[in-house]
Design a binder for this molecule. Structure first.
Ligand SMILES: O=C(O)CCC(=O)c1ccccc1C(=O)O
Ligand SMILES: [Mg+2]
Length: 371
């Protein structure tokens, strides 16, 4: 049976983050992104969210490249092909190299549309099994250690299951040592966003004494060789984020022992089908995975929640509550977290309703493409 799609709408939104978010690369305050709406003639609407940032610091994609890819390539592919199941979109998009975040935004809208047509949840469509998921929070680099400690206290009290701390040279060992001293029993991890090289091995080895859950992407964004060298001489488990763009990348990293853990982001790997393939591979190899975040608005957050219902997502992810990022999110209800837990919504598709007024108020550009 063909999966009917009658139009795809591309909406560009601008939303201001409640708090600036600082990584080893710089600070973000507003987020531009696309909400993709895939509609059929029976009134079903599926939604996807693009996660590329305005500048290419995390991967090579940007808001502008996302638009170019979707408008000039991906929509034409959808138009030219009959789709029976959303898992086919991954192969249809293969002739377009990389540009994973653009692909994921369109593919995600089609998964949501399909789930609504079938009257099942997106989690069910993916084969998810959990009724609730556990989440942690990611804290950007703060102006002072004191401010970091205050934020950690607040989130530990709220019940977040683990605290991730962004690090960079000059904001690492001493800061984490202070954190560990104040929070001896909290699950703490660090994310370097590729700020180090193998020259820093001795420095990174000092982190072993702090009993961190893991160190995320310490070395180059495109590396799996040096990470294997690093992992062989440090005890702290290495987690890869930027380096993994596909199940094939994950296979190679596992084979080389470049990491013990993988952060799976739907956008970075090109969509839900690829994310599920990475999940299945890691399940087979006993590699723990968790769902990363890209400072998403509600639609992206809902997709992350659905993906995390798959069983090998054994570690708390970065999908924190909407109100930590936004004055007002674009979904109803907003994502709320209690004691570090998010219940899986039971409505069809992503399970959250689009707040049309909010969506409209953040929209700066809109284009409809008939399919
Ligand atoms: O809170 C979130 O959504 C995740 C925050 C985060 O760590 C992050 C935010 C933007 C870009 C990259 C990363 C990352 O995981 O490396
Ligand atoms: Mg990361």
């Amino acid at each position: 049976m063909v999966l009917p799609i009658s139009s795809i709408t591309l909406r560009r939104l601008n939303m201001k983050l409640k708090n600036p978010f600082t990584t080893s690369f710089g600070t973000m305050q507003t987020k531009g992104f696309f909400i993709i709406e895939a509609a059929d003639d029976d009134g079903h609407k599926g939604f996807g969210e693009s996660v590329a940032f305005s500048s290419p610091w995390y991967t090579e994609e940007t808001v502008e490249t996302t638009k170019h890819m979707i408008k000039d390539f991906l929509i034409n592919i959808i138009r030219a092909n009959k789709i029976q199941h959303p898992s086919e979109v991954r192969d249809l998009f293969k002739p377009v190299k990389r540009n994973n975040m653009a692909k994921a935004a369109v593919e995600g809208a089609i998964w949501d549309l399909y789930s609504k047509q079938q009257d099942i949840t997106l989690a069910q469509a993916l084969g998810g099994t959990k009724q609730t998921i556990e989440v942690g929070i990611s804290l950007g680099i703060q102006p002072t250690v004191d401010e970091l400690l205050k934020k950690i206290s607040r989130h530990v009290e709220e019940g977040y299951k683990r605290i991730k701390i962004k690090i960079k040279p000059g904001w690492d060992y001493d800061v984490l040592k202070e954190v560990r001293k104040n929070f001896p029993d909290t699950q703490i991890m660090a994310d370097a966003n590729s700020a180090y090289t193998l020259d820093d091995i001795d420095h990174l080895r000092k982190l072993d004494e702090l009993n961190l859950m893991m160190i995320e992407q310490p070395l180059a964004h495109d590396d799996i060789i040096d990470h294997a060298k690093l992992q062989s001489v440090i005890e702290t488990p290495v987690c890869l984020d930027e380096s993994i763009h596909s199940a094939d990348d994950a296979r190679k990293a596992i084979e080389l022992k470049s990491c013990q853990i993988i952060n799976v982001k739907i956008g970075r790997v090109g969509g839900l089908a690829e994310a599920k393939a990475i999940h299945d591979l890691c399940h087979e190899h006993g590699i723990n995975i968790w769902c990363g975040g890209m400072l998403e608005a509600g639609v992206g957050r809902a997709h992350n929640i659905a993906l995390t219902t798959l069983p090998q997502f054994t570690m708390p992810g970065d999908t924190a509550g909407s109100s930590l990022y936004w004055e007002k999110d674009i979904i109803r209800p907003e994502v709320t977290v209690q004691d570090g837990i998010i219940p899986i919504p039971d409505k069809p598709g992503i399970g959250y309703t689009i707040d049309k007024e909010a969506l409209e108020s953040f929209t700066v550009e809109k284009e409809i493409f008939p399919i």
